[in-house]
Design a protein around this ligand. Sequence first.
Ligand code: IMP
Length: 190
Amino acid sequence: MKIVFATNNRNKLKEVQALVPSGIQLLSLADIGCKEDIPETSPTIEGNAKQKAEYVKKNYGYDCFADDTGLEVKALNGAPGVYSARYAGPQKDANANMDKLLNELDGKENRETQFKTVIALVIKDTLKTFTGICEGIITEEKKGEGGFGYDPIFLPNGYSETFAELPLSEKNKISHRGKAVQQLIEFLNH
Ligand code: IMP
């Protein structure tokens, strides 16, 4: 059975391919000749994940799953949320995004936050969603060189190192994306 993972990130694809049952072959967007930007116009993380998976099913006919992630900060009523990638502007600059967030939280006592990943799977004309959440706090300053995005200012609950300081294998065990992927794999294995 072939399922499309709506991504062009070869690393993400390889990582998940290693976890799915051996009878399932994952295809990337490039593998199915999808070169256009898939619309992501929903105001919610769930909505965007569904929109991407349904787009592939409708236009290319394959069963498909897609993921979407956002960082939700309590004191900012859930911002940047679905706009996490372009919080500081369309150039999607991770440093500028972190600077903006640190500025917005300046002087605020409540620094609680969570990363949320939703994976939407369209399979045999049924839609399933899997949600992974990782709770933590936003640090006062950037720490660590690893990871990407907001990792240097995200301190997961129960840890004294930011996501950018933790080894990737450790991050994957507790991360929002890791948890959502685990649920997807469990579903595909049954
Ligand atoms: P995407 O939906 O996976 O493209 O994620 C949207 C945005 O959320 C990214 O551009 C990053 O800014 C942020 N993000 C997603 N996952 C992570 C993560 O694991 N660490 C830090 N930032 C992340």
